[in-house]
Design a protein around this ligand. Sequence first.
Ligand code: BDP
Length: 684
Amino acid sequence: MMTLSEAARANDGYELWLPPANDPAANLDIATLGTGATLDIAAGELHRDLATAPLPILLATNLRPELAALKLPGAALGREGYVVRRATVAGRAVILVSGNTETGVLYGAFALIRAARTGADLTTIALQSAPKVAVRVLDHWDNLDGSVERGYAGASLWNWWELPDYKDPRYTDYARADASLGINGVVLNNVNAKPDSLTPRYIAKAAALADVFRPWGIKVYLSARFSAPIELGGLKTADPLDPAVAAWWKAKADEIYRAIPDFGGFLVKANSEGQPGPRDYHRSHAEGANMLAAALKPHGGIVMWRAFVYAESDPDDRAKQAYTEFHPLDGKFADNVLVQVKNGAIDFQPREPFHPLFGAMPRTPIMLELQITKEYLGFATHLAYLGPLFSEVLEADTYARGKGSTVAKVIDGTLDHHALSGMAGVANIGRDRDWSGSTFNQANWYAFGRLAWDPDLSPEAIAREWAQQTFGPDPRLADIAVKMMMQSREAVVDYTGPLGLAHLMGTGHHYGPGPWIKDLARPEWNPVYYHRADASGIGFDRTRTGSNAIAQYSPEVARRLADPRTTPESELLWFHHLPWDWKMNSGETLWHALVAHYDQGVASVAAMQAEWDEARPLVDPERWQKTATFLAIQHREAQWWRDASLAYWMSLNHLPLPAGSAAPAHSLDWYEAQQFPWAPGQAR
Ligand code: BDP
C-alpha cells in the first residue's frame, strides 16, 4: 500500500508533459494587446504552466501598431510561426510573444513554456520558428461504437452518444496537448469508415468537437467512405465520373461546411482491405480523389488520399503494389489532394525501408503517414520510443533529385516546391487516465507532434525535452529516461524481426509471434509470405532475381540494394534471400547473427529494467510502478518472441544454437497453440 505522503505525490499521468506549475502565488504579469479567444487561451496557458518569469510577458499579433517599431519578422513566420524575445514596448521591458496570427502567438506561448521547463534562461530568450509542414494531423482510428481500431489506451475519447450536447472537458485538455506540439488537425473517425459519420446527426457531433478545438488552432477532418452516395444517398453507384455522384458529394461538402466553416477535409482509404473505391468502377485513384477534391475546393478543404493499397487479385509482391498503382498517376491529382503514404511499403512494421513512392511523384504533394499507436511494437505495454523510427524514414535519402533528397524534403514540400504538405500520425490516444496507455507512450505522441513541426529535429533532443517536462527538472532522471528510450525501438526490432524480417505477428490481433502461419486466405496475410524461410535459407528476394521491388527506387538506391554486401544489415532479409550460413560482414554466419539479435533484444529489455530500478527514488511511485510492471511484461514477451521465433527457424534449418544461447522454453507446438481471441484493438 502507498503511504500517505506517497499518495500525495502520486501522478496518474493525466497532465502529460504539461503539469500545471501549481504556484498560484507566482502572480505573473501577463498581458495581451487586443482580445481574441486564442489570445486569451495563450495567456491562460502561461498562467497555468509558468512557475515564474523574470519580466512581464506581453502577447500580441504582429499586426498591433504598438509593435511596428520592432520590425518583427513577418513573411518568414507564415500563418503559424512565432517570435519570443525581449522587447521594449511602450517603454516597458517585456518578454514578447508574437506571431502573424493568434495561433502563432499560442504556439509561441507553448514554446516559451517548453523553454522554461527545459532549463532555458528566460532573461535572454530569443526564439523564432515556423512549421515546416502545413498539415500536422492525428488520425484517430475511432469507431462510432466507442472502440478504437488498434487502440490500446481504452475507449475512444469522443463520446459520440453524448455529443453534441455534452462536451467533456477532456476534449479541451486534449486540444491543449495537441496545440502545445503544433498539431493542427484531427481526423475524428476510423479510416475503415462507416457512412454514418456523414449523416446530419454525426456532422453535428463533429461540429461540436470542432467548436472546442477551433481556438486551439485545430481543424477537424473526417474519414469518408467512398460508397456513401449509395448507402446514404440512395444512388445506384458511387462511380466518381457519374454526375449524380459528384453532385451528392458537393451537396454533402456544402452541408458539412455550413456546420463546420473551417472543416479540414476528407481522409480516404479506398480499394484497400475491402474498402470501396473508384477501382470498383474501373476508375483510377486520381479520378476518385479529384471528384471529392472538387466538392471541397470552393471551401478550401483538402483530400488526404491514402496510397496504402494492395489487392488479393494482384499476385505481385505486396511491397510493390502501391507504387505500381500510384506512380503512373503523378501529375493527375487536383491541387488540393495530398497522397498519404505510409513510412514503409508494407505496413508500419518495427523497421521498414522507406516507401519507394517518396520522391517518385514530383508533381504530387506526398504526405507521410506514421503509426504512433504501437500495433506492431508491443501494444501499450512495451516501451518503444518511436522518435528514432520516425526520424529514420525522414532522414532516408531517396536520391530522387540527387544526393540529399531526403524523405523530410519530399514531405515538407521543399524538394519539389509544393506549398501543400503534411504529416499524419495514427493516434495512440484513448480514455485511459494517462491518455496513451503508459507514460512512455506519451512520448510518441509528443515526438510525432514535434517532428511534424520540424522533421529535422533530433529524436534524442526530443526525448530529453519530453522527459524534462514530464518528470521534472532532475537531470539524473532525464538521463535515465533518455537512455532507455533511445535503445528501446531497436530492442523491439531485435526480439520481433531482426535483420530486415517483418510481418511475423499473430493473425488479426497482431499480438505476439506467428512466423509459422501459412494458411490464411490471402497469400500476403501470411507471415511465411514475408520471410520465405526453408531448410536452405531465409529472406525475401526483392532484387532482379526475385520481385525486383528495388527497381522502384532511384538508381543510386537500387544499386546499393541489389547487392547484399552493400545493403544495410538492418534491411538485409527485406531485400535478399540468403543461405543460413551466409557470412555476415562480421564473419559470423547469418544464423548466428540472427540468434545474437534475438538475444540482444531480450537483454536490452533487461537493461531497461535495471535502468528504471535506478530511477525509483526519483519518480513518483504511481508512474514508477506502472512502468516497472510494463517492463516486466515486455521482458516476458520479448523472451516469448525470441523463443518462439527460434523454435520455428530451427524446425526449418535444423541448426543448433550457438554456444551460450539458451534453448527455447517450450516446443514449437506450444507456441503455435497459443490463442488470444480477446486481444485488444482488433478491427470490427
Ligand atoms: C493495418 C491495421 C488495420 C488498418 C490498416 C490501415 O492492422 O487495422 O485498417 O493498417 O492502415 O496496419 O488501413
